[in-house]
Design a protein around this ligand. Structure first.
Ligand SMILES: [Zn+2]
Length: 219
């Protein structure tokens, strides 16, 4: 699941107009932003096995700190608290916490049963939509376009950067999704981890676009 998480970030703007799109992206994708660093530190493990699922060649062997439900709950509370304290925006804080949690819920739909419930123990869940490419596309692609549509109708461009920056971002995300699904498997775990770090640029891009658009009142 990739653009599905960004879809919820886009969609959330329609209910939290004060929160920047960059911050919404960061929350929706928070545990996948942590994961590359945990891989590089050797605290979490993934294996590349072409054909492991119909969609992704990645086998998630061990990721208790980023992707166990209990840890995700902790990250959600932490992010909500930090945002709430610094921004004095309780509504935004609650929404960001919910977005962090939503990541686990969306991953649950697509992953094989590899998502731990607790950082320790053997209970792992996953509904395995990745066993079918058409099913994965049917879940994620409409979700993405609905999210983009909600964002575009709850904000208006202030200038050309706000207009074209948004469509550039949308097309770029869609293109990455295509490469993830149809490109060659990544050459190494190191390559996955460093490419994963580049997702921070998507957060910055979202933040930049949002500064060039004006939020309309929620309808
Ligand atoms: Zn994830």
């Amino acid at each position: 699941m990739f653009i599905g998480h960004f879809a919820l970030g886009f969609a959330a703007k329609s209910v939290a107009p004060r929160v920047s799109l960059g911050t919404l992206f960061m929350a929706a994708q928070f545990i996948d932003l942590l994961w590359p660093t945990l891989l590089l530190l050797g605290l979490e493990r993934v294996r590349i096995e072409p054909g492991a699922t119909a969609v992704t060649p990645l086998v998630f062997e061990h990721y208790p700190f980023s992707h166990s439900l209990l840890a995700v709950l902790g990250w959600a509370v932490l992010l909500a608290l930090v945002y709430g304290v610094f921004r004095r925006d309780r509504h935004g804080a609650v929404l960001l916490g919910a977005l962090v949690l939503s990541h686990w819920g969306l991953d649950l739909l697509v992953h094989r049963p590899d998502l731990p419930l607790l950082p320790w123990g053997d209970v792992r869940l996953g509904l395995d939509a990745w066993s079918s490419l058409p099913l994965t596309l049917a879940l994620e692609v409409p979700q993405f376009w609905i999210g983009v549509w909600l964002y575009s109708r709850s904000t208006v461009a202030r200038d050309a950067a706000g207009r074209w920056g948004l469509w550039g971002l949308v097309l770029f995300l869609f293109a990455i999704h295509g490469v993830n699904l149809f490109g060659a498997p990544p050459p190494s775990v190191q390559a996955i981890a460093w490419a994963g770090q580049l997702q921070w640029l998507l957060v910055l891009w979202g933040w930049w676009v949002d500064r060039h658009r004006r939020a309309l009142a929620p309808v």
